[in-house]
Design a protein around this ligand. Structure first.
Ligand SMILES: Nc1ncnc2c1ncn2[C@@H]1O[C@H](COP(=O)(O)OP(=O)(O)OP(=O)(O)O)[C@@H](O)[C@H]1O
Length: 485
């Protein structure tokens, strides 16, 4: 028997999109022009720095500015606390059993880490969020009891690591029918104060892969996800129930163009992997953004670990905030307009929010999951131990055999990864086929309705609407078919 009750009602929410423009850095101030004008708290204009276009624009009578509107726009003088003011109610919902996701999206050096983590004098959205959670728990005057726990992971080169483990092994994603995507073996630590989470956040950040790149001296080379779970136990007249809210705070690695960075070797490979998952994210945003207007589009979540982890935040049970970060420097124009293009599409994304209500037997599920995680951990430790013991007992003459063995290990690991990849592809194809099956059904209904209109009603406006909808669905089927190749 599933312990989480089917929600009585789901509410549709629209992804909240904010744009934050950072100030010019000292070195940029010497060499760059400021090309962003924040008109008011919802509108921003980006000036095209390419002066050679002046004449062309003039004769085409087109403006050289691009204007965008978002839920919120923050000028360079705004602090992280200013951004937080507009999302604090979303964070507060976590204490009431609702899920929330906040992610920063932008090119390298645009201010994502500054926004999410912040500094001592300007704490970021991660720090402000868990302060709110503990304030609300402390101020709560009901008889409810609370349990707050925290996990912190990074996705680096398409591999998941636990940032709260000193030497974390590779972690795998699992699909739990009840809880969705889970990371097997990820530590979740119970915390009793905001200071404790801050301590864990700092420890995790010190383990995070960062590098000095041409574009940013402390560039994040991995995507980091801090997850805070609040379990609220309520004792009522007829028994107890548990509300479980989950907050995912995401600091993405910076996208960059290989041609701009002068990176080579490992840095170049990192960049390619970072771009691969960011491209997958952009493709998901694209597909979800047009879903509303264009019927069912295939959403390629399975193309990267990052998009699988963010799936709930992008379309499932979550109130979600995207903070698009941009630099005002003229040499960042293409990055800025690219970020704003995706931010603009993200405004169309809908999620479906409901409270996570469980009864006390939810604990049984928790224990099952904990045992599951512990088993993964135990088998990992056993393997490490066996490997160490083996290394200690190997004599020099056995070195060759040992090399052979490690080669075989690598081969078997790679085979395992290949099999997993094929399973993922198979699942993706299955989802694609399902989407198209539903699109074809709608097409059939539309054809029937068009035929009826042509014979009976002959209302030209309705006929036109049906025909254009039919075209949209056909386009969609074609797009989806292309995605399947
Ligand atoms: N609002 C701000 N006020 C002052 N400085 C800022 C602000 N936002 C960002 N910066 C500065 O800009 C630089 C780049 O910021 P940050 O490291 O946050 O970028 P990023 O988008 O996380 O980059 P990457 O993707 O490469 O990790 C840093 O020196 C940071 O201190």
């Amino acid at each position: 028997m599933p312990s989480i009750r089917a929600p009585a009602s789901k509410q549709t929410a629209t992804l909240q999109v904010a744009v934050k423009c950072r100030p010019l850095t000292d070195s940029e101030r010497r060499r760059s022009r400021h090309i962003i004008q924040v008109i008011d708290d919802k509108n921003v204009v980006v000036l095209d720095p390419d002066l050679s276009k002046d004449y062309l624009e003039l004769i085409q009578n087109r403006t050289k500015e691009r204007r965008y509107s978002f839920d919120h726009v923050y000028a360079p003088g705004c602090s992280n606390a200013d951004v937080y003011k507009n999302i604090s109610s979303t964070i507060a919902g976590v204490v009431q059993g609702l899920n929330a996701t906040v992610f920063a999206y932008g090119s390298t050096g645009s201010g994502k880490t500054y926004t999410m983590v912040g500094t001592h004098s300007d704490p970021g959205l991660m720090v402000l969020s868990f302060r709110t959670i503990f304030d609300l728990v402390k101020k709560d005057d009901s008889k409810d009891t609370f349990e707050v726990s925290c996990s912190y992971l990074e996705v680096y080169n398409e591999v998941i690591y636990d940032l709260l483990e000193k030497s974390s092994g590779h972690l795998e994603l699992r699909e739990d029918p009840e809880h969705g995507i889970m990371v097997a073996g990820l530590r979740s630590i119970k915390v009793h104060s905001a200071d404790k989470i801050l301590e864990l956040l700092n420890i995790g950040n010190s383990r995070r892969k960062t590098e000095s790149t041409e574009a940013n001296s402390t560039s994040s080379r991995s995507h980091a996800v801090l997850e805070i779970t609040v379990k609220r136990k309520q004792k009522g007249q007829y028994g107890s129930q548990v509300l479980r809210g989950k907050l995912a705070l995401v600091d993405l690695a910076g996208s960059e163009r290989a041609s701009e960075t002068n990176n080579s070797g490992q840095k170049l490979r990192d960049g390619a992997n970072i771009n691969r998952s960011l491209l997958a994210l952009a493709n998901c945003i694209n597909a979800l953004g047009k879903q509303n207007k264009k019927g069912l589009a295939y959403v390629p979540y399975r193309n990267s670990k990052l998009t699988r982890i963010l799936k709930d935040g992008l379309s499932g049970n979550s109130r979600t905030v995207m903070v698009a970060t941009v630099s005002p420097a003229d040499d960042q124009y293409h990055h800025t307009t690219n970020t704003l293009k995706y931010a603009d599409r993200a405004k169309e994304i809908k999620t479906h929010v409901h409270k996570n209500i469980g009864h006390l037997d939810t604990h049984v599920e928790d224990y099952k999951r904990m045992i599951d995680n512990l088993q993964v951990e135990v088998s990992r430790l056993k393997m490490e131990l066996a490997e160490k013991e083996h290394q200690l007992s190997v004599k020099p003459t056995e070195k060759a055999a040992d090399n052979e063995l490690s080669w075989l290990n690598i081969l078997s690991q790679e085979t395992g990864e290949n099999v997993q990849e094929r399973i993922n592809l198979q699942k993706a194809l299955f989802e694609l086929e399902e989407t198209n099956k539903r699109n074809r059904m709608e097409l059939q209904h539309l054809d029937d309705a068009i035929a009826r209109q042509q014979v009976n009603d002959k209302d030209s406006a309705v006929l036109q609407a049906l025909t254009s909808r039919r075209q949209v669905i056909l386009d969609n089927i074609r797009d989806n078919d292309e995605a399947g190749y």
